[in-house]
Design a protein. Structure first.
Length: 223
């Protein structure tokens, strides 16, 4: 999943970005409300973490603008503002969840997984299934026909994107946005390499190439 982190504290922002990347998120980090709006208008994100005390345009106004534009983006507020009034204001503005600083990373990860499940319509707790393939998104574990399958970070992200919407045809751009954040160099054949590896590690017909459009899970070969 691709996540937008909006946090003006440099030390916290950097440590959060690294921790989230270790959890297999693609993370783009901005430090101002205006930068957040610009990023959301230019790119697709699956989740957003929003600080409230941002320079210039604060987090509440960013959330209000996101909802005014009818973006169906799950937003988690992450802030030191601990009054009930602040929490109510943030949720009423359109946020989906609220976590106070200081916080435990395990709770943050659990809340993000819950928001991701809600947004994708997945009902099984932390599991995505396609035939004999099981992807445990909490523990970053994949298996096929009961046997563990070792995946690289980007192979895991690619399979997760496909399993979240098994009937959807994804364009190259959509899949690359799920795998790479800003400033990460994308080689011209990188996506095809990842797809080749997934086909080899599971089965050849897993991912169907839709000529002239992109890729999808192949329903005819679900095993």
């Amino acid at each position: 999943m691709r996540l937008l982190l909006v946090e003006d504290d440099m030390m916290l922002g950097k440590s959060l970005q690294q921790a989230l990347q270790a959890q297999h998120y693609v993370v783009d980090w901005v430090q101002t409300g205006l930068s957040a709006l610009a990023a959301l208008q230019a790119e697709h994100f699956d989740l957003a973490i929003m600080d409230l005390g941002l320079p210039g345009l604060d987090g509440i106004r960013v959330i209000e603008e996101v909802r005014a534009q009818q973006m169906p983006l799950p937003i988690l507020i992450l802030t030191a503002r601990d009054s009930v009034q602040d929490r109510v204001k943030g949720l009423d503005a359109g946020a989906d969840d609220y976590l106070l600083k200081p916080f435990d990373l395990s709770e943050l990860f659990a809340r993000l997984r819950a928001l991701g499940r809600r947004n994708s319509g997945v009902t099984a707790v932390n599991e995505l299934r396609f035939g004999a393939i099981v992807l445990d998104t909490a523990n970053h574990h994949a298996s096929y026909q009961g046997a563990a399958v070792t995946l690289s970070r980007r192979e895991f992200l690619l399979l997760e994107a496909l399993l979240n919407r098994p009937g959807q045809v994804f364009t190259r751009q959509q899949l690359e946005q799920s795998l790479y954040g800003w400033g990460e160099e994308v080689e011209s054949n990188a996506l095809e390499v990842h797809i080749h590896h997934l086909r080899k590690k599971f089965y050849n017909g897993l991912i169907q190439t839709v000529r002239g459009v992109g890729y999808r899970l192949n329903p005819e070969t679900e095993e």
